[in-house]
Design a protein. Structure first.
Length: 199
C-alpha cells in the first residue's frame, strides 16, 4: 500500500512545485496577474509623447513635477466595460479631490480616428471629466501601437464596429515609469498606492 502511495505523493509534490514556480510563488495565477507583477518588479520607462485632449490641445502623457498619472484605455462609444471603468475612475477622482495627492488622470482613446476632440468632450461631459484632474485624450495614430504594447492593452475589433479589450488602471510614477496596474474597481488599492507614494 505504502509503495503505491509514494509515487502519487511524489507526482503531486512535483506538480505543486511546478505550479509554485510558474505562478511566482502562488502570486500570479493568470497571465494578467503575471504581467502586473512584472511591471512592479521592473517598471517600464514611458516615452515622451504628446496626446490631444478633448479641447484639442496637446498635453504630455508623462507626469509633470512630482505628480503621478493614472491612465485607463477606452473608446468613447463603448457601451459596457468602459462605462463601468469610467464610474470607477470617477470615484477615484472624487476621493482624490479630498486629499492632497498630486495626480492627473487620463482616459486614453485607442480609437483615435473616431474619437475626435468633440466626441471625447461628449464622453468627458457624461462622466464629469472636466479637464482639470481628469481628461479624455487620444494619441497620434502612429503612437498607438507603442502605447498598447507598453501598457499590455489588448484591443480586438468585434463584428459590431466596437472592440473587445482588457481594462486596468495604469500608474505612471513621478519618475516617468509605468510601475503598477490595478483592476478598474480596485479603488481602495489605487488610493492606498498613491498615498504610500506621496508620503
Amino acid at each position: 500500500m505504502m509503495v503505491r502511495v509514494l509515487p502519487s505523493v511524489l507526482v503531486a509534490s512535483i506538480g505543486l512545485g511546478t505550479l509554485w514556480h510558474a505562478t511566482d510563488g502562488g502570486q500570479a495565477f493568470t497571465s494578467e496577474a503575471a504581467r502586473r507583477l512584472d511591471v512592479v518588479r521592473a517598471p517600464r520607462p514611458v516615452p515622451t509623447l504628446q496626446l490631444e485632449d478633448m479641447s484639442g490641445q496637446l498635453m504630455p502623457l508623462l507626469p509633470q513635477g512630482d505628480e503621478v498619472v493614472l491612465v485607463e484605455f477606452i473608446y468613447t462609444v463603448c457601451g459596457d466595460i468602459c462605462q463601468v471603468a469610467a464610474a470607477d475612475f470617477a470615484e477615484i477622482r472624487d476621493n482624490l479631490e479630498l486629499r492632497e495627492v498630486p495626480v492627473r488622470m487620463i482616459s486614453v482613446s485607442f480609437d483615435p480616428e473616431r474619437d475626435t476632440p468633440e466626441q471625447m468632450a461628449i464622453y468627458g461631459e457624461a462622466h464629469e471629466a472636466d479637464g482639470n484632474m481628469w481628461t479624455i485624450a487620444r494619441p497620434a495614430s502612429e503612437d498607438l501601437p507603442l502605447l498598447l504594447e507598453l501598457f499590455d492593452v489588448t484591443v480586438i475589433p468585434d463584428e459590431w464596429g466596437g472592440f473587445q479589450h482588457n481594462a486596468a488602471i495604469h500608474v505612471i510614477d513621478s519618475e516617468g515609469r509605468f510601475s503598477a496596474a490595478f483592476d478598474t474597481d480596485a479603488i481602495d488599492a489605487v488610493l492606498a498606492h498613491l498615498e504610500e507614494r506621496s508620503s
